[in-house]
Design a protein around this ligand. Structure first.
Ligand code: UT7
Length: 331
């Protein structure tokens, strides 16, 4: 009789660059104001990586994780790297990271699912562990959003920041702990509302694509807000029902940090008090694939995540992509 192998998070790590871009600084760059940004989004400041690429946000995050776990990079089997700001189209940023950290025996690939990149990647990683094929999987979420922002467009430049964070997945020593369930969705009809159209095979780089600002993020904020607020709450409620969880059973909601109002609506639907919600959007803004592992790592380092707690990760992003993951914390 075979016993089910369960994947568990066994280490976390994160990195944010030192440079802070405050709302007051943005007031001098575009027609905006601190009060509007804080009340509409919950953001006060964000971090900016001045030199380097997305892999440089991941390297210190992973080094932090390896130190916490007490293992070397050469023990990692697989790297799954969630990002929409890869260092280059190819090679994959997972391969760039592999070389930079010296993960000699690993293979890896990138996942492009925007703000849901991390929940997609962790669901994939969990299944590679459950299949019994691999034992140490690094799941990274990192984005240098400042590299694709138009700092003359107040609709987008106030929202995003740069960060990298990672978790390690290993077979759980006790199958009652670990990644218990996940539910993922895509809806390609959302592609008209949040995108970066330039640089790919549809619009290869040219003087025209630059003049037309196609290498920057475009977002119809109001349209995305309407579906995100429902989508993130729906999938969170769905994962709770599937696992017979009530609001009282959930210790932490770990939501994607796009807008405080979306986070609040999700927590309300789940019947959760705000004290059970990880929120750091005020300090970092929306760091896309990094938001969820960044929260996890910050809260874990602060000693607030404990063995046996029930965590629900939830996200919504470009694509549209959305999903939720239920984790029973195991260390
Ligand atoms: O993470 C991936 C998924 N993305 C999301 O989940 C984001 C979802 N959307 C949002 O979070 C919100 O829609 C935003 C924060 C992007 C915008 O908030 P909103 O409450 O939906 O504002 P709005 O776009 O409806 O704009 C309201 C007003 C407009 O002025 P009028 O037309 O009412 O005169 C905008 O021009 O606010 C104006 N506005 C601004 N004012 C000051 C838009 N951006 C700014 C700004 N500063 N930065």
């Amino acid at each position: 009789m075979s016993t089910k192998i369960r994947a568990a998070i066994t280490a976390v790590g994160h990195y944010v660059p030192d440079k802070i871009l405050t709302n007051a600084m943005l007031e001098k760059m575009v027609d905006t104001n601190d009060e509007w940004i804080r009340t509409r989004t919950g953001i006060s400041e964000r971090r900016i990586l001045e030199n380097g690429a997305t892999s440089d946000l991941a390297v210190p995050a992973v080094q932090n994780l390896l130190k916490n776990r007490g293992i070397g990079a050469d023990e990692i089997d697989v790297i799954i790297f969630a990002t929409v700001t890869p260092d280059m189209f190819f090679p994959a940023t997972a391969c760039v990271l592999q070389e930079k950290i010296g993960a000699k025996k690993a293979w890896g690939f990138d996942v492009s699912a925007a703000c849901s990149g991390f929940v997609y990647a962790i669901a994939l990683g969990a299944q590679l562990i459950e299949a019994g094929t691999y034992k140490k999987i690094l799941v990274v979420g990192a984005d240098k959003m400042s590299s694709i922002l138009d700092y003359t467009d107040r609709n987008t430049c106030i929202l995003f920041g740069d960060a990298g964070a990672a978790v390690l997945l290993e077979p759980s020593s006790d199958p009652n702990y670990g990644i218990i369930d996940h539910k993922l969705y895509s809806d390609g009809s959302g592609g008209d509302f949040l995108y970066m159209k330039g640089g790919g095979s549809l619009n290869p780089p040219s003087h025209k694509t630059i003049d037309d600002k196609l290498h920057y993020i475009y977002q119809d904020g109001k349209a995305v807000f309407k579906v995100a607020v429902v989508g993130m709450a729906d999938v969170s409620e769905e994962i709770m029902k599937r696992n017979n969880l009530t609001g009282a059973d959930v210790d932490w909601l770990v939501p994607h940090q796009a807008n405080l109002r979306i986070i609040d609506a999700t927590a309300n639907r789940m019947g959760l008090d705000k004290s059970k919600v990880m929120i750091n959007i005020g300090k970092y803004g929306n760091t896309t694939a990094a938001t969820i592992p960044l929260c996890l790592s910050e809260w874990w380092h602060a000693g607030k995540v404990k063995k046996g707690q029930n965590l629900v990760f939830a996200s919504f992003g470009a694509g549209y992509t959305w999903g939720a993951v239920y984790v029973k914390w195991g260390f």
